[in-house]
Design a protein around this ligand. Structure first.
Ligand code: DOR
Ligand code: ZN
Length: 422
């Protein structure tokens, strides 16, 4: 199978590589301007072609919560968002703590033809925070990351043992750094908004203190620790403190923590309820600055779909989580690149080479022989967020109706079309 993408304006995190006819053959990039016969032709005139994005953090809900999302809907949604690779979180029902489940997820995803699935497995059996899972067997089955994401690892000793074990097997540990004791039953950021609304608050200290502990354990053990969804200025300052000392840590920020403040909770709409919670304008400004200064390694979506019925409950009862994988690029392109002067290269880096480096995967490029995982982006056309058109089962969005630029038009995975707009 040989494919040509004509007039492909090639750009990635390293810069602008000019407009070329790009050839894909049997799932890999063949080269540019080669000529010869092709089986399929696509025209990318006026658009940008870039390596498909990598998401190290998405909740796809399989097995067991398929009413919220399943592999087919979640990986189709990912492809629609321009993602070619997704690391699925393991806080499913049952949790992904068993090599057989890892293998079956991979097997199932391969036949779907959407984004590639690289599953994470849990750190503790049953997500209970008491006993480690069998990292070696989980890795053999195909798990690429160890994380209890969704549930903080309360026991520092268990985290230490997990780091030692992960180091032995070259696995990355992703944390959900919130101190459960400090977090209590907080449902939104603790501050003026929580006080005004009379809702239980979750203080920044819960995040900052746990990030400190997790970085300290990373430094002590030498294990590769990825701090997920840093939401606050103080949390990011702790990350910077440890990075400056050369600790083996990396960190992630999410689209929602970069764009929404806790003021949106004044609506009392649990659509905005997420853990860690949305913070303040000062936190957003600091996170954006950290992105600009190269402190952040990856943007992970933390796509966390729930059913409408669950999200229609009250602020205390509704589950935490925001579905966002289909709007991540247009949202960040519009608000950070167009709206706030962030270089496009930086945004692309955080969705491509950045996450690849976190995982020690090869960095995606346009070189011949590289996997033909690509996305065609339209940076000009402006379109409103229409959740009813989402591939995700969660057809609602905090950004509904917002007019955005930068929509993915076409996503290739292994040289095949995994998503086409319209
Ligand atoms: O908002 C969140 N949603 N935070 C988490 O930690 C878990 C996630 C989920 O699984 O829904
Ligand atoms: Zn998560």
């Amino acid at each position: 199978m040989r494919v040509i993408i004509q007039n492909a304006h090639l750009r990635d995190g390293r810069g602008d590589h000019g407009a070329h006819d790009l050839y894909l053959q049997d799932g890999v990039i063949e080269g540019v301007n080669l000529g010869g016969k092709v089986d399929e032709t696509f025209d990318a005139a006026g658009r940008l072609v870039t390596p498909a994005f990598i998401d190290l953090h998405a909740h796809l809900r399989e097995p067991g919560q398929e009413q919220k999302e399943d592999l087919a809907s979640g990986l189709a949604a990912a492809a629609a968002g321009g993602f070619g690779t997704v690391v699925s979180m393991a806080n499913t029902t049952p949790p992904v703590d068993d090599p057989g489940v890892v293998a079956s997820l991979i097997h199932k995803a391969e036949r779907l033809g959407f984004a590639r699935l690289r599953p994470a497995a849990t750190l503790s059996r049953g997500l209970k925070g008491q006993e480690l899972t069998d990292f070696a067997a989980l890795k053999d089955a195909g798990a690429v990351m160890i994380t209890d994401d969704g549930v903080p690892v309360a026991d520092g000793h268990l985290m230490r043992r997990a780091c030692e074990y992960a180091l032995d097997h070259g696995l990355v540990i992703q944390t959900h750094s919130e101190d459960p004791g400090l977090r209590q039953n907080g449902v939104i950021n603790e501050g003026v908004v929580s006080q005004r609304l009379g809702l239980p608050g979750n203080p920044v200290a819960a995040e900052a203190a746990m990030i400190y502990r997790d970085c300290e354990i990373a430094a002590m053990t030498g294990a590769r620790v990825h701090i997920a969804h840093v939401s606050s200025k103080r949390g990011m300052q702790v990350v910077e403190f440890f990075r400056a000392q050369g600790a083996p840590i990396t960190c992630e920020v999410t689209p929602h923590h970069l764009t929404l403040t806790d003021a949106v909770l004044e609506t009392f709409d649990p659509i905005h309820k997420v853990a860690p919670p949305l913070r303040t304008a000062e936190d957003i400004a600091f996170l954006r600055d950290a992105v600009r200064r190269g402190v952040v390694d990856s943007i992970g979506t933390d796509h966390a779909p729930h059913t409408r019925a669950e999200k229609d409950r009250d602020m205390v009862a509704a589950p935490f989580g925001i579905g966002n994988i289909e709007v991540t690029f247009p949202l960040l392109y519009t608000e950070l690149v167009e709206g706030d002067g962030l270089p496009l290269e930086t945004l692309l880096h955080l969705l491509q080479a950045g996450p690849a480096r976190v995982m020690s995967w090869s960095v995606p490029t346009f070189e011949p022989g590289q996997p033909a995982d690509l996305v065609v982006l339209d940076l000009e056309a402006e379109r409103a967020v229409q959740p009813e058109t989402f591939k995700s089962k969660a057809k609602f969005s905090p950004w509904e109706g917002l007019s955005l630029k930068g929509w993915p038009m076409l996503t290739f995975v292994r040289g095949c079309v995994a998503y086409m707009s319209g």
